[in-house]
Design a protein around this ligand. Structure first.
Ligand code: NAD
Ligand code: TYD
Length: 362
């Protein structure tokens, strides 16, 4: 059972649990904690899919379709299910979309987070004590801005310097979460994590997009010269880091999470191509690297991210389990074996429109 300083957490609200990381987290935690009651509140935006949760048999799992910005709904969920733990994933999460239409990012990521915090504060105060309660906020390395080659990795003390509307909205939400600890003593923890990849990632993000385009013989659109560097983390490692923070993290603290897997975008795309070359020996598109196409760069594109995760390693004993070679192979295999999932999440007109506007005509 999840524990924090002798108090037990029994009823968990996961927001955004039909998205990529949220769905992986729900699968992860229900396996670790079969007695946990878990409510998944998700608006099922273009990025949320109930298919991501297919096969979850637990009778302790409940899905609520709704918006984290809806105060009445959030209050009802927290009251009806006696929620003592919130793990907050719900967000607009794609930098490219935040450049095209930033308004929804401000609404969901800032106003939605505020609404959740305020409802928890009021409900948990009424219940008499914050003991055994926790609000965990899931955030990103992008709040820190970008690094040059040779700059030291981001630590928890690095000042925020977000570049995109997405990063700025997440930075803002982090500040609001922290303010609820300082002002109201709300029992919060925060994690800032590097780029995730793995099963169930919506195919508009770099790794799944490249896998699917390559399999189908479509161009692989690399922004600029593909020299930007990200620190890649297999999604299960992110889930285990959050689990460690829920169990052993200190209230009010922030933990950086990273993978120690620093590669340029071009290196990532080439690795995917060579994995596909070996998994699909009869593909007419071999070598898949011939599909690489350099396209117009993203405006304000951050050059490099790198996370120093010494704190979570030293204080909570967490470290990533998977390196990039293992993780990429597992991810490519997963996408090759889950064709019906791919068709069901990406077959709609809105997604095809987005891809045509933003990638093909870039
Ligand atoms: P995602 O876009 O795959 O999923 C987001 C989910 O939130 C979707 O299911 C969507 O339907 C839901 N949602 C959106 N608006 C909502 C609203 N108003 N009310 C309720 N639900 C809503 O995102 P992801 O990649 O799984 O990221 C999850 C969290 O992790 C985000 O907070 C993101 O900032 C953070 N994060 C992501 C990465 C990454 O590499 N993907 C890295 C670090 C941190
Ligand atoms: P992305 O998956 O959108 O994550 P983030 O912007 O949050 O890091 O992109 C990862 C990197 O890959 C980023 O530097 C942009 C680049 N990229 C491409 O070169 N081509 C693409 O088609 C996409 C989606 C991303």
């Amino acid at each position: 059972m999840l524990r924090f300083m002798g108090d037990y957490m029994k009823n968990m609200l996961v927001t955004g649990g039909a998205g990529f990381i949220g769905a992986n987290f729900i699968r992860f935690i229900l396996e670790k904690e079969p007695d946990l009651n878990l409510v998944n509140l998700d608006l099922l935006t273009y990025a949320g899919h109930e298919e991501n949760l297919e096969g979850i048999g637990s009778s302790n799992y409940f899905f609520v379709h709704g918006d984290i910005c809806d105060g009445d709904l959030v209050a009802k969920v927290i009251r009806d299910h006696q929620i003592d733990t919130v793990v907050h994933f719900a967000a607009e999460s794609h930098v490219d979309r935040s450049i095209v239409s930033p308004g929804q990012f401000i609404q969901t990521n800032i106003v939605g987070t505020f609404n959740l915090l305020e409802t928890c504060r009021l409900f948990w105060q009424k219940s008499g004590s914050y003991s055994g309660k926790r609000f965990h906020h899931v955030s990103t390395d992008e709040v820190f801005g970008m690094l040059k080659i040779g700059d030291p990795a981001f630590t928890e003390e690095t000042p925020y310097s977000p570049s995109s509307p997405y990063a700025a909205s997440k930075a803002s939400s982090d500040h609001i979460v922290r303010s609820y600890f300082h002002t109201y003593k709300l029992p919060i923890t925060i994690s800032n994590c590097s780029n995730n990849y793995g099963p169930f990632q919506f195919p508009e993000k770099l790794i799944p997009l490249m896998i699917l385009n390559a399999v189908n013989g479509k161009p692989l659109p690399v922004y600029g010269e593909g020299q930007q560097i990200r620190d890649w983390l297999y999604v299960e490692d992110h889930c285990s880091a959050i689990y460690s923070i829920l169990n052993y993290g200190e209230i009010g603290e922030t933990y950086n999470i990273g993978g120690k897997n620093q590669f340029s975008n071009l290196e990532i795309v080439k690795s995917i191509c060579s994995i596909l070359d070996s998994y699909l020996p009869n593909s007419p598109y071999r070598p898949h690297s011939q599909l690489i196409t350099f396209v117009q760069d993203r405006p304000g594109h951050d050059f490099r991210y790198d996370m120093n995760f010494n704190k979570i390693q030293a204080k909570l004993g967490w470290a990533p389990n998977y390196d990039l070679e293992f993780g990429l192979k597992a991810t490519v295999k997963w996408y090759l074996n889950n064709q019906s999932w791919i068709e069901s999440v990406s077959g709609n007109v809105a997604f095809q429109d987005w891809m045509n506007k933003n990638y093909i005509n870039r």
